[in-house]
Design a protein around this ligand. Structure first.
Ligand code: ATP
Ligand code: MG
Length: 407
């Protein structure tokens, strides 16, 4: 089931923590981010596209009413719930005029909070459903939400680019939709090498263009590959990476998301600002790891960090080069991390390396190889947007039960 995505806006961090804690207990609610004032709220709304915003009224820089007005104008699908204290009736009226859908008066109970969020969400869905119906009549229906997928991992050489290139290729092949692969490994990005294309311009030149970016301009920097995937190449030289700021990344990804069905992002193995921008914008994160002890230790810390940044719920863990002869098993890894592996990719040194050297994704040249079939399954998971912890847990339990009966 799809979770209700909530953005928390309050200038007091303790209040945000409290709300976070209350909402963490709810299975069908996912906090996707926090903001400390109205201005941040407007920005984060655009990046995160939450379903619901819990909005404080009195905040510095831009108050909750001004922010609500902006958000409800620009993103009519996002429902704002105002949070106020007793005696702010006049403000509340203004907030409702500004477009807030509901309000909560402090102090409120966890139940009141959850019920208000769920009720507001349901009403909003109904309203949108009606609007979609009308749109359909006029033939303007856009078929599905764009998917922004970051391929991440905190160790070098674990297979992020290999997965990014091959899964993008398969997504394009299977869906026949618009797919773009952004090489955000700004220092040593090698997506173009994997695809055997030689770009003359890169993201570093794109961000130096003057004035507001638009899709025509961004499009002129994309390199089409015969697979159907378009590529936004990384800078030609490592030192140019500094030209690209986190805000540039947000701006580019926002434009791509509006114009492509799948935006896939390859990243370097660090928690740096530009990566964080990509993670913020993503609705799926594929976390790639290998099976050695330092990686497991790294991964444990990374998962904790991803959790504190509100990204853990959208994370799916991929174990690359999985094989049992390294002294630890996939089950050991899951136990150590307290996180289930969504998919595994086998080792196939010969095929994977020749494919890079030839510049042809192995899912095209050797579709029947084991490693290609593994990428095929991962691709299906991305397209269907499945593979989350809860689903994995359920299927694992089912498998256990099955084993008991038939094993
Ligand atoms: N399943 C696999 N079997 C065999 N070799 C693999 C496999 N996956 C990746 N490799 C090889 O491992 C090397 C690193 O892969 P890749 O470049 O995809 O990793 P990465 O995580 O993107 O690295 P970096 O952090 O440096 O960007 C490459 O030489 C690749 O061919
Ligand atoms: Mg890489």
């Amino acid at each position: 089931m799809e979770k209700i995505k909530v953005l928390i806006v309050d200038d007091i961090s303790e209040t945000r923590d409290n709300l976070n804690r209350l909402l963490k207990l709810e299975e069908d609610i996912q906090v996707v981010g926090e903001a400390a004032n109205g201005e941040q709220a407007v920005r984060k709304s655009e990046q995160l596209l939450p379903d619901i915003i819990l909005m404080d009224i009195n905040m510095p820089i831009m108050n909750g009413i001004a922010a609500t007005e902006k958000i409800s104008l620009n993103f009519p699908n996002i429902a704002v719930i105002m949070i106020s204290v007793q005696g702010e009736a006049e403000y509340l009226k203004k907030a409702m005029m500004a477009g807030a859908r509901e309000y909560l008066v402090k102090p409120f109970s966890a139940d009141e909070l959850n019920n208000t969020i769920k009720r507001t969400y349901d009403l909003e869905r109904k309203r949108l459903g009606k609007m979609e119906g009308t749109k359909k009549l006029f033939g303007k229906q856009k078929d599905s939400k764009p998917q922004v997928i970051t391929i991440f991992g905190t160790k070098g050489g674990v297979g992020k680019t290999t997965l990014a290139v091959n899964s993008s290729t398969l997504i394009a092949k299977k869906t026949k939709k618009k797919v773009v692969l952004v090489d955000l490994d700004l220092q040593f990005g090698d997506v173009s090498v994997f695809f055997n294309v030689s770009p003359k311009k890169s993201i570093a030149e794109l961000v130096q263009e003057r004035g507001q970016l638009n899709i025509e301009l961004v499009e002129s920097y994309l390199i089409p590959h015969i697979s159907g995937v378009k590529i936004l190449p990384a800078p030609m030289r490592p030192e140019y990476s500094e030209l690209v700021t986190p805000n540039n990344v947000l701006e580019i990804l926002t434009i791509l998301r509006q114009n492509y069905d799948y935006v896939i992002i390859d990243t370097p193995p660090i928690f740096q600002d530009t990566n964080l921008s990509a993670l913020d914008m993503s609705n799926q994160v594929l976390l790639v790891m290998n099976m050695d002890l330092p990686t497991v230790k790294n991964m444990k810390l990374s998962l904790e960090l991803l959790d504190s940044l509100h990204h853990k719920a959208k994370t799916k863990l991929i174990l690359n080069r999985a094989s049992e002869d390294l002294g630890i098993s996939a089950g050991d890894v899951e136990n150590a991390l307290d996180f289930l592996i969504a998919h595994q990719m086998p080792t196939d040194g010969k095929l994977v390396v020749t494919s890079v050297n030839k510049g042809i994704p192995f899912v095209l040249s050797n579709a029947n190889a084991k490693v290609s079939k593994a990428v095929d399954q991962i691709t299906n998971m991305v397209i269907e947007d499945t593979g989350y912890q809860k689903e994995l847990m359920e299927s694992k339990q089912k498998r256990k039960l099955f084993g008991k009966i038939f094993g």
